[in-house]
Design a binder for this molecule. Structure first.
Ligand code: GTQ
Length: 365
């Protein structure tokens, strides 16, 4: 769009240049000026499209997969979210993968580990559990659980439970882009539970307290599970005690209690509360976000597109897209769970944020 600006590639095609480019191609090379403006954009141009995946459309097809495939045959019974701009890399947005996994009571998926980091956010059902390196965690709706890079993990639903659906979030596309992915199935297909159930919550999940005799030096949070009850309580408290963020309302990051930093080295996660009638200001930043509405309803304007959401709907915010959130209800609060690749952006010096109106920034539509 600004190819006329001095310093940007602006070479006109001629038959002579065409044959020159062909000759270069035969040598596995190419002229930089034919691609420079694409590979060095003025600012990030996400290939991802703002999308909302509505649970009322997805729930039926997700449950239908129960009749069609078993977890044994499928490995995991998951319907994944395929952003139209990211189909080639199976991403829901940017370099993040997400899928909806469904399990019936009594089912288990074989224990495995991979270089990708993963999280689950429980959407519905009773009796779900995850085992991470021998630590078993019981899970209910809106609970959030980690399965960090390299740990043995497996999921299941207790025989006395109900069909469970949860959202998986992984950095599979990122790890593949880094050409660093590994995958292994546990030699016994399952792992022993080596600790009291929910022991990590009891050890590491006490606000303001850390075990005097405990030490933890792994690069991810020892608090594998973050429960909805205390999270919502915390958000209510914050929303009444502080203004919060002009862009996100009352927002809390899920943190590693040992470092205060993100839960895993490559994936961060948060829950935010939009007060009744709250309408945030627009901003944009590098890094991709995937949101799930955990409570209430509202809409977000993402890259000029209005995405209406209600409980269990999932939507994405691509890197550098302007976005703002609205809770149109005058009565009820709305909560949005999200996960993101900000730890990668921040660790690599790629994080940038801009408020709408700053530096001449304008919403694109
Ligand atoms: O349960 O670890 O949705 O490895 C995709 C890949 C879930 C998992 C997914 C996985 C998992």
């Amino acid at each position: 769009m600004r190819e006329d600006v001095i310093g940007r590639a602006n070479v006109e095609d001629t038959p002579e240049l065409q044959s020159y480019y062909e000759a270069l191609g035969k040598l596995e090379t190419a002229a930089l000026w034919t691609v420079a403006n694409d590979i060095e954009p003025w600012e990030p141009k996400s290939a991802s499209i703002p999308v909302v995946w509505r649970y009322k459309d997805l729930r039926g097809p997700v449950l239908r997969s129960i009749e069609l495939v078993s977890p044994e045959k499928a490995g995991r019974r998951v319907i994944y979210l395929n952003n139209p701009g990211r189909r080639g890399v199976s991403a829901a947005v940017g370099w993040l993968y997400s899928g909806l996994q469904v399990m019936r009571p009594g089912e288990t998926a074989s224990a495995h580990r991979h270089a990708a980091s993963a999280l689950r956010f429980i959407m519905e059902g009773r009796g779900a559990y995850t085992i991470v390196d021998g630590h078993k965690m019981t899970l209910g709706a809106n609970d959030f659980v980690l399965t960090p890079n390299g740990v043995w993990h497996e999921h299941g639903v207790d025989a006395r439970g109900t069909p469970c659906i949860w959202q998986d979030g992984l950095d599979i596309p990122f790890v593949n882009a880094m050409e660093a992915n590994f995958y292994a199935v546990h030699p016994d297909l399952r792992q022993e539970v080596g600790f009291p159930v929910d022991d990590m919550s009891k050890t590491w999940g006490n606000p303001g307290l850390a075990p005097a005799s405990g030490s933890w030096s792994k690069p991810y949070s020892p608090l594998f599970k973050y429960e909805w009850g205390p999270t919502y309580e915390a958000l209510l408290g914050l929303s009444k005690s502080a203004e919060g963020s002009p862009f996100d309302g009352a927002m809390m990051n899920y943190i590693n209690p040992v470092t205060g930093g993100p839960v895993m080295p490559t994936i961060g996660a948060a829950m935010q509360l939009l007060r009744a009638g709250e309408r945030t200001k627009a901003h944009r930043h590098t890094g991709s976000f995937l949101y799930q509405c955990a409570k209430g309803s509202g809409h977000s304007i993402v890259g000029g597109v209005r995405l209406d959401w209600e409980e269990r709907d999932i939507f994405c915010v691509p890197s550098w897209a302007w976005h703002e959130h609205v809770n149109a209800s005058e009565r009820d609060d709305a909560c949005l769970f999200s996960f993101n690749d900000l730890p990668v952006m921040q660790a690599l010096g790629l994080w940038r944020e801009e408020a709408f109106g700053e530096n001449g920034g304008r919403q694109s539509a």
